[in-house]
Design a protein around this ligand. Structure first.
Ligand code: KG4
Ligand code: ZN
Length: 362
């Protein structure tokens, strides 16, 4: 196997990102550059991501972001082995910007294109900073995704469970919005919760004890919005924020612990590694609860550094490099896919999205 240097492009939500990652013949990973342009300021007035604004902002900035990623990496177009672009799931207008850019560059430079599933990028993100061997149990918790996956390698992810309504980050964002906090809501809610009483407001424990490894946050969202009505005293708002954060962390830990018990049994108590990735992994209460779950079930705990937890292109470049090493490349007709489950078999056997109803993104 040779050393591979891959340019990654990420435009599936509200970050325009480009990165250059080198994967040595021995599998060692080096992030040569990782540039992220956030569009938070553009979307903040609307309290959430506006797809049309996101797509336009990607078009405006992608040239400059790629140029910076290449120049900071010290690698020119000639030094690249391939170009990896997120091809979904996500906001399709944005996905098309990065994927079209990747296709054009691959064609112009005679390089292979790798169409990467954004979820596979998150699944591999912990390997950017740490040599975590396969397999491992992954909790992917972000604004768009909330899934438990068994990651056995590139193209070998098995979905154990998923949200049946909102993602955990989406719940943080929507509840924060109903409390009049800014966007993104997760960090704002965490700040408000500091020093609050997490047991002051009893909130519903969805799916408690229920078979399987799915999540649900819509009941919690409704209950929190109702509790927030007419709540003006800062101390009360602090207690509600703490209670919400506690309830989300509790559900994530409870469902994960069920998956840990199942995983440990299937692996005869070996390879007990747990990774949490995605923006919600930044939350200290969530992390602490998951670390406790790991300790209770004998799993080692891993979380990528924050810059690789939230959306970035280094994880896309790494997924591209790992695919390229296996000869998995795509044609220039690779489609942009708004929905693209990582584990197609599990998704069709147990769909979490029913047409006509708002459902999980993937
Ligand atoms: O991974 P990410 O950047 O983008 C998606 O793929 O969605 O995750 C963003 C999500 C947002 O919903 C944000 O509110 C949440 O992660 N988030 C947090 C925290 N930091 C980010 N949620 C709770 N506590 C935090 N400290
Ligand atoms: Zn993401």
């Amino acid at each position: 196997m040779t050393t591979l240097t891959v340019l990654g492009l990420e435009t599936s939500c509200d970050e325009t990102a480009a990165a250059v990652v080198r994967r040595g013949a021995d599998g060692r990973v080096e992030v040569l550059s990782s540039i992220i342009a956030s569009q938070i300021a553009e979307h903040a007035p609307y309290g959430g991501v506006v797809p049309e604004i996101a797509a336009r902002a990607h078009v405006e900035s992608i040239d400059g972001i790629v140029a910076r990623a290449l120049s900071e990496s010290g690698v020119g177009w000639d030094g690249l082995s391939g170009i990896a672009a997120t091809a979904g799931p996500g906001l399709v207008g944005g996905v098309m910007v990065g994927l079209s850019f990747g296709k054009a560059a691959a064609l112009a430079r005679g390089l292979p294109l790798i169409a990467v599933n954004h979820l596979e990028g998150h699944a591999l993100s912990a390997r950017l900073a740490d040599d975590i061997p396969y397999p491992f149990l992954l909790l992917l918790v972000s604004g768009g995704h909330c899934q438990l996956l068994e990651v056995a390698g590139v193209g070998a992810c098995r979905r154990l469970g998923s949200t049946i309504d909102d993602a955990a980050g989406e719940a943080f964002d929507k509840i924060a919005k109903s409390m009049g906090l800014g966007y993104p809501g997760g960090p704002a809610l965490e700040r408000l919760a500091e020093g609050g009483d997490p047991e002051r407001f009893p909130l519903p424990r969805a799916l408690l004890g229920r078979e399987g490894f799915d999540f649900s946050f819509s009941g919690l969202k409704t209950a929190a919005a109702r509790a927030a009505e007419g709540l003006t005293a800062e101390a009360d708002r602090r207690d509600l924020a703490a209670s919400v954060q506690f309830a989300i962390a509790r559900q994530l830990a409870e469902r994960t612990q069920r998956a840990m018990a199942d995983y440990a049994e299937r692996h005869d108590g070996r390879d007990l590694r747990f990774v949490v990735a995605g923006g919600v992994a930044a939350n200290t209460v969530v992390r602490a609860r998951l670390e406790q779950a790991c300790a209770a079930h004998g799993f080692s705990f891993h979380a990528p550094p924050l810059k690789y937890c939230t959306d970035n292109a280094a994880m896309i470049a790494l997924a591209g490099a790992e695919r390229l090493a296996l000869g998995l490349v795509d044609g220039l007709d690779a489609p942009a896919r708004p929905r693209w489950p990582l584990d197609a078999a599990a998704a069709s056997a147990n769909p979490t999205h029913v047409p006509g109803r708002k459902g999980a993104k993937a």
